[in-house]
Structures are given as C-alpha cells and as structure tokens.
Design a protein around this ligand. Sequence first.
Ligand SMILES: Cc1ncc(COP(=O)(O)O)c(C=O)c1O
Length: 474
Amino acid sequence: MPAVPSTQTTAQPSPFQLDHHSPLVQAYLKKTPRSAAIAKRAREVFPSGITHDVRYIEPHGICVTHAHGSHKWDVDGNEYVDYPGGHGALLLGHCHPEITQAIAQQLEKGTHYGACHELELQWGELIQQMVPCAQRVRITSSGTESTLLAMRVARAFTGKKKILRFIGHFHGWHDHVSFNVTSHFDGSPTPGVLPEIAENTLIAPPWDFDQTRQIIEQHDDIAAVIIEPTGSTWGQVPVTPQFLKSLREITENLGIVLIFDEVISGFRCAPGGAQEALGIKPDLTTLGKIVAGGMPGAALVGRSDIMDRIDHRAAAAGGFEKVFHQGTFNAGPTTCAAAITMLQIIKSTDATQRAIAYGRGLQNALNVVFREESVNWIAYGTFGGFHVFLNPNNIDTTQEQIESGIFDYATLRPALKPGLMMKIRLGCLLHGVDIQPWPGAPTSAVHTAEDCHRTAEAFRKTIRLLKEAGDLNN
Ligand SMILES: Cc1ncc(COP(=O)(O)O)c(C=O)c1O
C-alpha cells in the first residue's frame, strides 16, 4: 500500500492547537494589537475571519497595509520580509515598476471590454512561445478553473471517465481535487463532495512507479493523469525525474492524457516551467499564479488536437460536441497588461534563476543556523523556494537525499507536536518574516542578501524561544 500518514478522513488538527499562554504567542499578541482588533471584526464577517484557508493563523494573522519589493507592512507598523509573495504569483516582488505602470496605463483604457482584444492575443502568444507543450492556449481566471477544465477536456477527448491523481498533490479546490491533499488519502470525499466523483478518481503514490504502473494497468477507463511535476506542496515531497519520464512513457503508450499542473512550477523552475527544466512534454498543462503577472488569471494549454475539444470550428468539422467553457473575467485587459509585462521580463532576464539561486542560498543559511542551534531540521528545495523538514522522528538523512525524491509523504510530512507549525510561523512573524505554514515558502527574484540574513536569524530566534518553552524534543 502507498505510504501515507494514515487513512485518516479528517484534517490534521495539530497546526491549530496552540497554547495561547506561551511566551511566544504572548509576544506576538503584544506586537500585533491592531491586527488582533481587525481579525476580531473579520470573524463577524468571514468564516474563520479569512478569505483563503491558507491564510488561517492562530491567534490571528497580520493585517497588511502595503507591500513593496520583497517586504510588506502591517497595521501595527511592523515590517516583514514577505515570502508568500501573492501565494507565489509575484516572482518579481510587489509593485514591480514596469508591471505597475502597465496596469496603470491600461486602467485608463478600460477594465473589461466583453469582447476580444489584442492584449489577450499577445499574452497567449507569449505563453505559446515559452511553454513547450502550449500548441493552443485557453485563458481562465484561476488555477482551480484550469485543472477543472483540463480534466473535462481530457474526458471529452478520450471518452473515458477516471482521473488518476497522486497522494498529497494539490490542484485547487473543485470537487475532483478536494480530497487526498492533506487528508482523505483513502480517496473518500471531503464534506460536500459527491461520492460518485471520488469513486471516479484513482490515487497513486508518486514515489513508487511500480505501484503507479499497476494501478494504471488495472484500469482501462483512465482519461487523464494529473501531477505536480515538482512534487506536492511546492516540491515539499519531491518527485524524481525518472518517475516523470516513466509516467510520460506509460501514458503515451496507453493513450492517457498526461496533465502537468504547473500552476506553481510554471515560469518558476525555468521560463518554460518544469517541462522545460526536465525536458518532458505533457499533453496538457495548467498554469496560474505567475502566468498572470500578479493579477487574477490562469490558463490551460496543450496539444492542439486535445484543445480542439473547446474549438467551435473543430467541433463542427469533427462532428463532436464542444466542451462547455466560459468565464466573465477571463483575459481582462488589466490582467493581460500585467501578464505580458511579467512574461516578457521572465523571458528576457535571469529572474527565474535569481529566485532559484536565492532559494538555494537561503536553504544553506538556514542549515547553518540549524546546525549551530543543534536542531535536526533540514532546509531543502529543488527550485525557487525552501522547505524545512522538522524531522520529529529524528531520521538520519541529508538535504541531497530528500531532494532526490526517495521519500514518501508520510516521511516528509510526519505528525508533529500540536501547534508546532503554527508556533514556527508566529515566531518568524514575531521576528519580521512571513513564511507559509508547512513551513517553507516560494522565493522571488527581488529577495536580497539582507532578507536572507534576516530570515535565518528569525529562525534562530524562533528555535531558541521554542527550546525555552520545551516545544522541541532535541
Ligand atoms: C499546483 C496548484 N494547482 C492549482 C492551484 C489552484 O490555483 P488557484 O488558487 O489559482 O485556484 C494551486 C494553488 O495554489 C496550486 O498550487
């Protein structure tokens, strides 16, 4: 059986079980009183006081007033090195002058034409030039919409039903992908999702090709396989290039549509995404985040014969019914202006490489701190970001081994002491650094050496606070 944390059917509660009286939490409360007051108001409006599950922080998140470059500021006047970076969309940091100018100029010309315009074409042509598999491009408004459309198009193209997904891989929040991400690894549906949808989803372990092959060979009704080519959670559980090559071969041989979900890795692993970096061409690719220049937008791209399923003329000529797809905000001109500028900069500069190099430098700096502070944590990450393996079971391993993709989800995402992840996040915020919860984050082309130093020191101070409070075993 695939190695998963368990067949648990409920979300792991540990990140949220926080001792509010601990010195670390008390210091955070003292530093962020205005954010606390706004969070209290927000809880009267929004469930959990938030508008995106990943933004959930106990006792409350920071309330941001503005951001610039690699930094942002909260209502209490605190400054932070920013890593969420627009949930990974801002490879060039906040308020990049050329992108800001492009949006401002477009604003004066209108925000929505309800008709075709040349900017959307320029955007699509750039995607076509940069992403190897992009023979055709369909713009959507979010990564979630792109993966939904990819699955629908693959089903229509193959006439088959099932979608094969990988343990822990995230593809947005629509019904087909709302389980087997952080829980429900047995493939059972999360609340509100039809069991019939879950029944038509197969789940495979992305660290075991033999098992994956067996699952594929046991079913003759698979329309598509979808995978995050760098591994789940921004590459927290890396996938080996050999696994992807074997997956490409078997799907090609069996006529199964291979979808790379490059919502994260697109333009981040290389200007042409993971498929360029690895030299493996999928049939379809979902893009989001960076592709829209920090504005709301995304795309589905891929082989023209498959994408023809959304084409009126091809449907008429081929005698098949076209796949249904609309979207009020698809390819809005302000999004296009930002997206074109972003992609042109990525295409013509070393921005992607700079974000990757910063990530590597930060991992090195963090590993020095972890050694000096005598914790068994390991920073790693194969592209444009960093992860911290908290190693609660004290396994004997190295950064290189983790990055080689040999470990499974259960090893790299083991059960932690309740509240530990949240305390690490609060500790970083307390020391002026905003990271993502797992812990880790993407990096940008505008993070500086000073940011790197500040981040490493924030981790050092956090570790010391955690040790003082007895939150670390070693
Ligand atoms: C790999 C991956 N696919 C899809 C999505 C969904 O994208 P969106 O949040 O734009 O709907 C995300 C979002 O983080 C993602 O990381």
